[in-house]
Structures are given as C-alpha cells and as structure tokens.
Design a binder for this molecule. Sequence first.
Ligand code: AKB
Length: 332
Amino acid sequence: MRGVGSCASGASSCADADRPKVLITGGLGQLGVGLAKLLRRRFGENNVILSDIRKPPNHVYHHGPFIFSDVLDYTSLRETVVNNNVSWLVHYAAVLSAVGENNVALAKEVNITGLHNVLDIATEHGLRLFVPSTIGAFGPSSPRDPTPDLCVQRPRTIYGVSKVHAELMGEYYHHRYGLDFRCLRYPGIISADSEPGGGTTDYAVQIFHAAVKSGLFECNLRSDTQLPMMYIDDCLRATLEFLEAPAETLLNRTYNIHAMSFTPHGLAQEIQRVLPDLKVTYNVDAVRQAIADGWPMALEDTAARRDWGWKHEYDLAELVQAVLAHVTTGNQ
Ligand code: AKB
C-alpha cells in the first residue's frame, strides 16, 4: 500500500493529490535548507515548510515558507501541524555530539523531550515521521569495521544515547501504534555552503574552507582517525528516496547508509592533488578524539541497498572535486 503523499517512483515531480505537506524542524542546521530545496522541487514550493527557532538569512526566507517552531513547545508544534495540514515531518532539530558533551542538559531537552513531542504529534495526526540517527549511535563495544545495522549499541555521548533512544522509541511507536517511523543512520555529512553544527566530523567540512582561504588547516582529530562520511547531495537524495519508499518494501525502520570512509590524512592528500600548497597540522581535541575513537570506521548498509535501492554516487575523489568547486566559487 502506498502511503499518504507518495509519488510514482522515478517521476521528477508529483501530481497535486499525491503531494505530501512536509514540515522540517531544526531547518537552519546543516541539512534543512538543502533538503527543503530538494523536496520543493519534487512536491512544490509551498508544500515544504522549513522551521527553526532562529531568524533565517534573507535568501532562505525568500524561497518558500519559513516559520518559527520550537520542538520543545508541544502545543505550538501541534498547532503548526494541524493548521498547515502537515503529512510528513522531518525532525532535524538536534544537539550534535561535541556540543552535547559541553551541554548535556540542553542535549537531553532537545534530543529527548523534543523527540517525545514529535513522536506523540506524529502518531496523533497519522504523519510519516523521519528522524535521522547517526554513526554516533554506536560506541566502543560495537563492531567498528564495518558496523552492521544490528549490533551492540552502547554509545558514550549524550548525543549517541539520545539517538539510540530515538531509534528504539520510533520503532516501538511503529509496532505499538502503527506510526510510519523512518530512520537513517547518517555518516558525517560534508557540505560546501552550510555549516555543520558542533559535531565530531566537522573538520571534514572546515578543511575545505581553510584550504581555499588560507592554505592552512589545524585539524582537531588525529591524522589516522577513520570515519564514515557522505557528500550532502547523496545524503539528501537518500532521505528523499527513503521517505518515498513504499512501506511494504521496508523490512526495517532504521537503516545504516554508507558512501565512503577516510582519515584526515587521506582527505588532506586528496585535496592536495588539487591544492598542493595545503598544509595541515594536528592539534587534537581530547573530547572529539575520544568520541571518534568509539565510532564506526565504516557502516555496513546492504539492507538499505536491498530494500529501497540505496546507492551512493560520490566517492572521495568526486566529493573533493564537488566541494572545492562550490567553496571556490562561493569565495569569489
Ligand atoms: C557529529 O559529528 O556529531 C555528527 C554526526 C556524525 O552525527 N556530524
């Protein structure tokens, strides 16, 4: 059975009646604006509402609906869903790994209480709910290379604990109440024109800007720290394809997705093929390094490839070319 708001797969846009009305929480983080752009191309500009608790930059405000919405305010979030006839909710509001370790109370509030609010509202109103999980949902006792979908998950960060909680609660609501919960475990995401928000994998975005601006980069992880990473276009496309997948094809509700793995040294070498003058020094941040040392080195994602056809397009060389092209033109 096709869910509310699903379009024929392969079609580049959707008939009016099939268009979902999408609300994206935490929309001004690294991924929301890009996802809104992709979903608006597919479902129409006014069918995708970006929301956050901050004032958006002008270019965001002028390209489709933006509203204030705080995931901690249950009544107002519910009002937004009802008044806008929302049928899909993409829950991006979250405090990431490194920031969470510096403010555990805030991470608990946003990542756990916020999640409880969206779970209840999505269940009450029959929404399709997408919540991203992460490589951070694994920990030092998980198999690390590769990490399968199902294995020991004992993360040592509040971010990771809250994401395991999200996976389990979403799956529980799915089985208990029939909630159409969907969850992808994202690797570190590399974007050119949106800033990551305080994560352990942020170095892999910052290095590109430093390489183009000054040619000098101080990396806060050890040079041999291997982590799974993905180019933002692959991540957003995965999210759209997964959201559109017919429910009966989803044998799981939480899937790993993988594209590539690299170390700071490997990434620097690939950038140096284009910008040979780039100099990288290492000044390890103990908190971030301890987090990264307990995370997967690669994710095993055969279930996503089998069930809903996940396929990445960008490996390391393509990623470096794409990001450098964006960063270079953005700096001109
Ligand atoms: C982080 O580093 O916290 C995030 C993530 C991998 O979930 N980018």
